[in-house]
Design a protein around this ligand. Structure first.
Ligand code: SF4
Ligand code: SF4
Length: 298
C-alpha cells in the first residue's frame, strides 16, 4: 500500500524520527538569542493559501499585488501543479520581510512554516484512505541555537504557542488536494492548463477568484444559494473553503458543488463529445501512418 507525503514547511534536513503531539523536545527562541534572525536569512518558505490571505491583508495589498511583489513560483509535482514560495533577496536567501533589528516585520501574520520552525509538518495520505494524517519532525540546522535552550515542551504545546492550529485547519483542504492528486496518479492523468489556473486562483490569488465568481456565467452554471454566494464574495476564508470544494469537483469529478440541471446536461454532452473525439482520433492513428511519415514522403 503506497503512502503519499507532502512536506509543507521547507526543504531543510529533517531528523528521521516522527513525533506525536505529546512528544517532548527542548527549544526556545526569543529576541536577544545569539542567532536572532539567522533562520530568516536562510528562508525557503512554501506558502499555503491561508498564509497568503493573512499576509496580503497585513500588508494592505490585493492577493495579485502580493504574489507579484513577495513570491516566486515553483512546481509542486511533475505535472506542474503550481506552488509559490516567499521571495528572498536576489543573491541570498534573506526574507524580504525581515528587519535586522526588529526581526520579522509581519510576526503576528507570519506563515505557518515560520511558526512551525524548527519543526516540519509532514502530511500523508494512504491510497485507500480518504483522510490525511499529520506527523511532525524536528529540523536541526547548524545556525539555530534554540535547540541548546533548556525549555522543554510538547509538540502540541508548541503548536498552540505558535498559533498554528488555525493555519492547519484552513490549509488542510489544500494539502488534501495535493495529496489526493499525487495518489490518484495516472487515474486522473495530467489536469488541463485551465484546471491549474483555477487551482492557482483559488489557492493563491483570491482577489482574482472574486472576478471569476462575479463573471456572468458563474451562477448560470453553479446552483448555489444567495446566502452562500454573498458570503464567498465578502469573506476570504469562506471563499477559500468554497474554492476547495470547487477544486475537488474540477480536478477529481467529485460532486461537491451543485450544477444547474441544464448546465449538468450540457457538461455531460461535452464530455461525451470529447470522449468520442478521442476515440475517433485513436482509431485514425491506428489506421494511418504517423503525420511525420507523410511529411517525409511528400
Ligand atoms: S516571514 Fe517573518 S519569520 Fe518568516 S522568514 Fe520572513 S521574516 Fe522570518
Ligand atoms: S533560535 Fe532558531 S528559530 Fe530562533 S532566531 Fe535563532 S535560528 Fe531562528
Amino acid at each position: 500500500m503506497s503512502e503519499e507525503k507532502f512536506d509543507l514547511p521547507n526543504q531543510s534536513p529533517v531528523l528521521p524520527a516522527q513525533l506525536k503531539p505529546e512528544s517532548k523536545f527542548c527549544f526556545n527562541c526569543y529576541p536577544g538569542i545569539s542567532c536572532f534572525n539567522a533562520c530568516c536569512k536562510q528562508a525557503d518558505i512554501t506558502l499555503a493559501p491561508y498564509d497568503i490571505i493573512r499576509l496580503k491583508n497585513r500588508l494592505g495589498m490585493s492577493s495579485t499585488e502580493f504574489l507579484k511583489k513577495h513570491t516566486v513560483p515553483f512546481e509542486i509535482d511533475a505535472h506542474g501543479l503550481p506552488g509559490v514560495k516567499l521571495r528572498t533577496t536576489d543573491d541570498e536567501p534573506v526574507c524580504l520581510l525581515m528587519d535586522e533589528e526588529k526581526g520579522c516585520t509581519v510576526y503576528e501574520d507570519r506563515p505557518a512554516a515560520c511558526r512551525y520552525y524548527p519543526m516540519g509538518l509532514l502530511a500523508s495520505r494512504k491510497q485507500d484512505e480518504y483522510h490525511d494524517e499529520q506527523h511532525y519532525a524536528i529540523v536541526k540546522e547548524e545556525h539555530c541555537r534554540g535547540h541548546e535552550e533548556e525549555r522543554e515542551l510538547s509538540v502540541q504545546e508548541y503548536r498552540e504557542e505558535q498559533g498554528v492550529i488555525e493555519y492547519d485547519e484552513l490549509n488542510r483542504g489544500y494539502l488534501q488536494l495535493i495529496l489526493k492528486k499525487k495518489s490518484a496518479g495516472p487515474a486522473i492523468g495530467k489536469p488541463s492548463p485551465t484546471s491549474f489556473q483555477l487551482f492557482f486562483m483559488v489557492c493563491y490569488d483570491t482577489d482574482r477568484f472574486v472576478k471569476f465568481l462575479t463573471s456572468p456565467n458563474f451562477r448560470k452554471v453553479y446552483d448555489i444559494s444567495d446566502e452562500l454566494y454573498e458570503s464567498i464574495l465578502a469573506d476570504d476564508i469562506e471563499r477559500l473553503k468554497f474554492g476547495y470544494d470547487l477544486l475537488k469537483q474540477v480536478l477529481f469529478g467529485e460532486d461537491t458543488v451543485p450544477l444547474h440541471k441544464d448546465a449538468y446536461e450540457k457538461r455531460m454532452e461535452e464530455r461525451r463529445e470529447i470522449l468520442e473525439a478521442r476515440r475517433q482520433a485513436e482509431i485514425a492513428l491506428h489506421q494511418q501512418k504517423a503525420p511525420f511519415e507523410e511529411y517525409i514522403e511528400d
